[in-house]
Write a protein that binds this ligand. Structure first.
Ligand code: PEP
Ligand code: MG
Length: 755
């Protein structure tokens, strides 16, 4: 077998010398291909660089016709080189010309070469180009040779990423390493953020790729691996992860990978070719990331993610320090980029400097998303390999409304967004002007606009928006963002701060609504077949009275000598309400007996979310002090359509006769007996939803902070009687030719309302 002359280590050493020489970029590339060809006893060695337009340009070649350099350009779906690039995988062929993807370019003179070994030039999982060697004979390149070429490609990746090749490119056709990208993910928090990337956990930048003493590097790698394994064993023994649960499963997967022979072998091989231990970890990690980006099976993707995490841990072990950035050094207009992030970590950053968040994982219901929305920063999730594609300091635009992330945007994209941001700011300024205006329709109907809240960071919104109070305080959010169960004193502290911030404005606290999709990381829940219909909210509260009791006690204590409003989520029967209310009475008795100051008055209400309650309204209304409609859940159950299933989003319109008839029945019945009703689901947060609700008789709506302005602007221009008259025939009649939504849209246009 023909082997590499002097082996890969000699090649790497020579490459290091070439990298250090003060020559032009082209000369350097020319020297590199000559070195590789000689070392691998190949007749051809070529470098193709991926350009911003997505094509591959021949940048240097030993063996092919020199006139083809900077002339031959291949599409990514063209030829063997295109295949290596698009699949980010090596191709090793002894008879290249019979491969179905082979494409012949006469200007290169490559028809005489039969064998082909091509490897992708990868950096953090991204393809930057392709490195190829070719031989005239039908040669079988060995695994070691393939390995050596991949190692060489890593060195080349640094040259391409350094930007020094841009000088060789025609304008607009520069190397793609820094090309503008538009990535599409999942919108998790509305808004637009412009700024520069900050990696939540910055990549360790490996500066020394080539080893001086490979034996020592092997020892370093093995020592780091051993420490990593021992750390994982220790973590798994710890009591707080000793129980089964997701955390433990993840750690067990890590431990399995940490002992994986394939992974170890690949890193050993990379060191054997002459890389430092860090560079070897990075090379194997980069291959893994490239696979991860192309993997569509969610389970396998998750496992590749685990392996990526493990490689990060190993890397930190090798460099011997934690690379988390000091939070106080966050630059202005920071766009935070992370694989995944806990809610507490996000809260650690300086809100004033944060513009947006980009996550590789994270859906709209994830805890970090809840915090992002509460903080009012734009956020997009599900951007594959964001931490690999985006370099620290890159210019980024996050469009949280559309779910787009523009990385290194072109000037025209930047301008378009800057215009949109200015427009939004102008609109916000207009809404701010409405802040102190009473929320009354043109025909004199008072519409109470309240806030949906749940975290301390929500509290400034009361004054900012001029809301009439808090219509829904989701107490579970404090539990969801905490690392462990909040103690009674912590709950009491939060509730007191909320009441203080609201001053004399009413606050309605909802007791813990956990279970379903609202999981607490530190509490074990059995997996359920139908979590939305499962052991959640008040069901769990009544079965585990300790939790509910201590929460109610904290609420009563916090509201000493003030008014308190408590409501229970997911109540299904009148009996459940009676039981829950008896908790309040028992705790009041307890506090009275122990000499605590009591609330001035306690209003106890129910969230209407389960259709069964619709058939018990008379009995219920006789018992409760107020009702609040959770239209998110109520619509989910009325339409039998999972609220988080994206395939069903938009399929059933809540602004339609069936849902509005239900909502009208509730408000009518409550009105008849003089009990207040608020609606606190998302429906109230859209101006058209609010319009529909006012048209059927609702006078109190609880909304997200960003919706108060737009809804109030609509209310001030509205004639409620006219709206009621427009909708009434559609709810009572059988005319199905026009929809309620279309009718309301036409009404809004005719009346000059902004929806
Ligand atoms: C609802 O279901 O409409 C509601 C307000 O509660 P949540 O969205 O927290 O379930
Ligand atoms: Mg609900």
């Amino acid at each position: 077998m023909r082997g590499a002359v002097g082996g890969p280590r000699v090649l790497l050493r020579r490459l290091r010398e070439v990298m250090a020489e003060p020559v032009s970029a082209q000369e350097r590339l020319n020297k590199i291909v000559v070195l590789i060809a000689a070392n691998m006893v190949a007749e051809v060695c070529s470098v193709y660089v991926l350009r911003v337009d997505g094509t591959l340009e021949l940048y240097a070649s030993e063996g092919l016709n020199p006139d083809a350099v900077h002339v031959t350009v291949l599409r990514q779906d063209e030829g063997l080189v295109g295949l290596v690039s698009s699949e980010a995988k090596s191709l090793n062929l002894s008879d290249a010309q019979h491969h179905p993807a082979f494409s012949f370019r006469p200007e290169t003179g490559e028809e005489i070469y039969h064998s082909f070994l091509g490897v992708p030039v990868l950096r953090a999982g991204n393809t930057l180009g392709v490195l190829v060697v070719q031989n005239r004979a039908h040669r079988n390149y060995s695994e070691e040779e393939e390995e050596a070429l991949q190692t060489t490609a890593m060195v080349l990746a640094e040259t391409i990423a350094s930007g020094e090749l841009s000088a060789l490119a025609k304008p607009g056709l520069e190397p793609a390493a820094h090309r503008p990208l538009q990535l599409t993910g999942l919108s998790i928090s509305d808004g637009i953020g412009l700024g520069h990337a900050v990696l939540h956990e910055p990549r360790v930048v490996v500066t020394t790729l080539i080893a001086d003493d490979p034996k020592k590097e092997l020892q370093r790698l093995d020592a780091a691996l051993n420490t990593l394994r021992a750390d994982l064993d220790l973590l798994l023994e710890r009591r707080d992860v000793a129980d089964a649960g997701e955390h433990r499963e993840v750690l067990e997967a890590y431990r399995m990978f940490a002992h994986d022979r394939g992974w170890m072998h690949k890193m050993h091989e990379a060191v054997a070719t002459g890389l430092t231990a860090e560079a070897a970890v990075e090379r194997v990690q980069s291959d893994n990331r490239a696979r991860m980006m192309r993997q569509t099976d969610p389970y396998l993707r998750e496992r590749l993610h685990d392996l990526d995490d493990l490689a990060n841990r190993l890397m930190r072990q090798l460099v011997g320090r934690d690379h988390a950035p000091p939070r106080e050094e966050l630059p202005d207009n920071a766009i935070l980029v992370a694989r995944a992030m806990g809610p507490a970590a996000l809260l650690d950053y300086d809100r004033k400097k944060l513009r947006a968040l980009v996550l590789e994982e994270g859906g709209p219901t994830s805890h970090v998303s809840i915090v992002a929305r509460a903080l009012g920063i734009a956020a997009v999730g599900q951007i594959a390999n964001a931490t690999g594609i985006i370099d620290p300091g890159d210019a980024i635009i996050v469009d949280g409304t559309m779910g787009h992330v523009h990385v290194r945007p072109t000037a025209d994209v930047e301008k378009a967004y800057a215009d949109r941001v200015r427009l939004r700011a102008r609109r916000q300024a207009q809404y701010a002007e409405l802040r102190d205006k009473p929320s009354v329709t043109k025909d004199g109907e008072k519409i109470s606009l309240l806030l949906n809240a749940g975290l301390l960071v929500d509290l400034p919104h009361i004054d900012e928006t001029g809301a009439a109070g808090i219509g829904l305080f989701r107490t579970e959010l404090q539990f969801m963002v905490a690392a462990s169960l909040p103690r009674a004193a912590e709950q009491l502290g939060l509730y007191r701060q909320v009441l203080d911030a609201a001053d004399d404005r009413p606050v309605t606290f909802r007791t813990l609504d956990i279970g379903g999709d609202k999981v607490l990381p530190y509490m074990r829940f059995e997996e359920e077949e139908n979590p939305a219909l499962g052991w959640r909210a008040i069901r769990l509260g009544l079965d585990r009275p300790g939790l509910l009791r201590s929460q109610i006690r904290a609420l009563l204590d916090a509201a000493a000598e003030r008014e308190l409003r408590i409501m229970f989520p997911m109540v299904t029967t009148v009996d459940e309400f009676d039981q829950a209310k008896s908790f309040v009475e028992r705790e009041l008795t307890h506090l009275r007996r122990h000499g605590h100051r009591l609330p001035e008055r306690v209003h106890v209400g129910v969230m209407v979310e389960v259709p069964a309650l619709l058939f018990q309204l008379d009995e219920l209304l006789a018992r409760v002090d107020f009702l609040s409609i959770g239209s998110n859940d109520l619509a989910q159950f009325i339409f039998a359509a999972d609220r988080s299933n994206t395939h069903l989003a938009g399929r059933f319109d809540p602004i339609s006769a069936p849902m509005l008839r239900v909502l009208k029945m509730i408000v009518d019945k409550a009105g008849a007996v003089g009990k207040p009703v608020t609606l606190c689901g998302e429906l109230a947060s859209q101006p058209i939803g609010a319009l529909a609700l006012i048209a059927i008789g609702y006078r109190a709506l609880s909304l997200s902070a960003s919706s108060v302005g737009p809804v109030k602007a609509m209310v001030l221009e509205l004639d409620a009687k006219k709206a009621a008259a427009a909708v009434a025939p559609l709810l009572s009649g059988t005319d199905r030719k026009v929809t309620v939504r279309a009718t309301l849209e036409a009404f809004a246009t005719a009346e000059g309302l902004q929806l």
